[in-house]
Design a protein around this ligand. Structure first.
Ligand code: AMP
Length: 187
């Protein structure tokens, strides 16, 4: 993967575990010469991730809609900052620029972004790996719910299994590098 898109909280979450994980991931991406694509903000888990990638010599592209840029939360020190008209344009550009997607702990925006790229994968709109960094067991209940979606026959197991879950950033990157998309059809 040359570029990875990371979705994560615009808040920092409780305690320091989430921002620390973001800093570790930013440093690892820089070390592996993997470009970071993210939402372009300087706040929360997002800001820590970008700061760490930059501090370690990495390349960071932010993609931010005008409406959010106006709130003065754009990171001013990125390798590249793309300001786009709408949230939909932003997500399309983030996806186009990236060879894979990682979700870190975050809120509604993070979940929406993660499920959108998973949905696109299940429809074979892309075949890029989708990873989840499960820090502090933050996503445990969501993963249980995804298993329930399979048990209740709303999701094919091979599609649920597309989401690569790890609690270590190094293992997550390794697993994403060897990802093979499923050949299963949704219907
Ligand atoms: P949330 O998880 O609700 O904090 O939303 C974070 C996700 O939504 C990020 O991955 C961003 O792509 C997007 N997002 C939400 N708020 C902002 C913001 N203030 N600046 C830039 N992107 C944001």
């Amino acid at each position: 993967m040359n570029n990875v898109c990371v979705f994560c909280g615009s808040n920092s979450g409780l305690g320091s575990a989430y921002t620390q994980a973001a800093s570790r991931l930013g440093a690892l991406l820089a070390e592996k010469k993997v470009g970071l694509v993210y939402g372009g903000a300087n706040i929360g888990v997002m800001g820590c991730l970008a700061d760490s990638a930059l501090a370690n010599g990495g390349s960071v592209t932010g993609v931010i809609p005008e409406s959010i840029a106006k709130l003065n939360v754009s990171h001013t020190n990125l390798t590249d900052l793309r300001v786009v008209a709408t949230m939909h344009e932003r997500k399309a550009l983030m996806a186009e620029l990236s060879d894979g997607f990682i979700s870190l702990p975050g809120g509604l925006g993070t979940l929406e972004e993660m499920f959108e790229v998973l949905t696109w994968a299940q429809l074979s709109i892309h075949d890029k790996p989708c990873g989840l960094l499960n820090i502090n067991g933050y996503f445990d209940k969501l993963l249980d719910f995804m298993d329930n979606m399979v048990a209740q026959q709303f999701v094919v197991k091979a599609h649920r299994d597309m989401l690569i879950c790890e609690s270590s950033e190094a293992r997550l990157l390794e697993a994403m590098n060897s990802y093979k998309p499923p050949v299963v059809k949704k219907w």
